[in-house]
Design a protein around this ligand. Structure first.
Ligand code: GDP
Ligand code: MG
Length: 345
């Protein structure tokens, strides 16, 4: 397995308390093994290296010492910074955007999802093309860039631009089809409940617990990329549940479209059921990101219920205003159903 070192950047003045837990989980999801991490304090970004020259030298020593194969930066790197760092550290350099793109590529199964991810990937590659307009990219995943004998594919600018046009056209057609399906669902008059929340909070597990769905729920970020719809009964009434892609802080700009198109499915919902991982110490900032994203998308007027999931765990960090549940052990679900029933009937 690939040996990964995490790097955080803390810019002086912007007193952002940095935490690399989430980045570590993203790396784990991409099958990388984290062997260490460090946060570098900087005053401003060095245009050539992002971090300072001395810091880069320090990092090079760590990389050699720990036999690190890939360094993952919790920020977006300029193409030049990435190239320089790769040379200086003799290790693969991956930024946050590229990491998330890789994970998305693994999670996309539908035609729509695959097209969205390919488009986002090409949009990421385009400004990173080297001199002659050619970029070499690993075909299978970005982690493990230095893996021996891995297949490389060549991209050139003209081909990429052409492909981007084709993909955009395809996605438009698919969006129309989705819209049609959605309007059918609305016409049926059955209340729609959208499951929203940070990635890995337990949305899919809850969907499975509330309906007869057998969707894949795993301890991996972005296991669900395409919205999944299931019809079921809450007491005597029919309802439709929609499982959506998980939220995350700082969504890479290339992925915002992919995100938004899957989140469009929330629009006709009568209720947003926010699933929080109450056992995560970062539950509060995560709740804030969910609230902000819903607002950005214009869904803040849809009534909302908060479920504090994983409350079976020993330490719980939120409860006020939340319905305490455990989707995994099917606890608190009757209480939750009562709340849902009252909200949508
Ligand atoms: P999603 O990304 O929000 O869809 O999250 P998943 O449903 O895929 O769940 C992520 C992980 O959390 C999985 O490993 C689940 O087994 C675990 N999980 C979900 N609900 C609970 C719960 O109530 N208690 C505990 N202990 N784990 C849970
Ligand atoms: Mg899921």
């Amino acid at each position: 397995m690939d040996r990964v070192f995490l790097v955080g950047i803390s810019v002086a003045g912007i007193s952002e308390t940095f935490d690399l837990t989430e980045l570590g989980r993203l790396v784990k999801t991409a099958s990388g093994k984290v062997v260490g991490e460090k946060i570098f304090k900087i005053h401003r970004q060095n245009p050539a290296l992002c971090i300072g020259k001395g810091q880069a030298e320090e990092l090079a020593a760590i990389v050699a010492d720990l036999k690190v194969s890939t360094v993952v930066f919790d920020t977006e790197l300029k193409p030049r910074q990435q190239r320089n760092l790769e040379k200086m550290l003799s290790a693969g350099i991956i930024d946050r955007t590229r990491l998330i793109l890789d994970i998305f590529a693994r999670s996309a199964h539908s035609e729509d999802g695959k097209n969205q991810v390919e488009l986002a990937r090409l949009q990421y590659i385009l400004p990173r093309l080297a001199g002659k307009g050619v970029a070499m990219m690993q075909q299978a995943g970005f982690i493990g860039v230095r893996g021996p004998g891995e297949k490389q594919i060549e991209y050139d600018r003209r081909k990429i631009e052409k492909r981007i046009t084709v993909l955009k056209r395809k996605l438009k057609t698919l969006a129309k089809r989705r819209k049609l399906r959605r309007s059918k669902r609305i016409k049926s008059g059955i209340p729609i409940i959208a499951l929203c929340g940070y990635t890995n909070s337990g949305k899919t597990t809850l969907l499975n617990a509330l309906t007869k769905a057998r969707a894949s729920a795993k301890d991996r970020l972005f296991e669900t990329l395409e919205p999944l719809t299931r019809r079921t009964k809450i007491f005597d009434r029919d309802v439709i549940f929609i499982d959506t892609v998980g939220f995350i802080r700082n969504i890479p700009p290339q992925l915002i479209n992919a995100f938004h198109s899957t989140l469009e499915e929330i629009a006709p919902a009568s209720l947003v059921l926010v699933v929080l991982d109450a056992s995560d110490p970062a539950v509060k900032p995560q709740k804030k990101i969910v609230d902000e994203t819903l607002k950005e998308l214009g869904f803040h007027k849809i009534p909302r219920i908060y479920a504090a999931n994983k409350s079976d765990k020993e330490k719980i960090f939120c409860s006020a205003g939340c319905v305490k549940i455990s989707a995994l052990y099917k606890r608190g679900l009757e209480e939750l159903k009562k709340h849902i029933y009252e909200a949508v009937m």
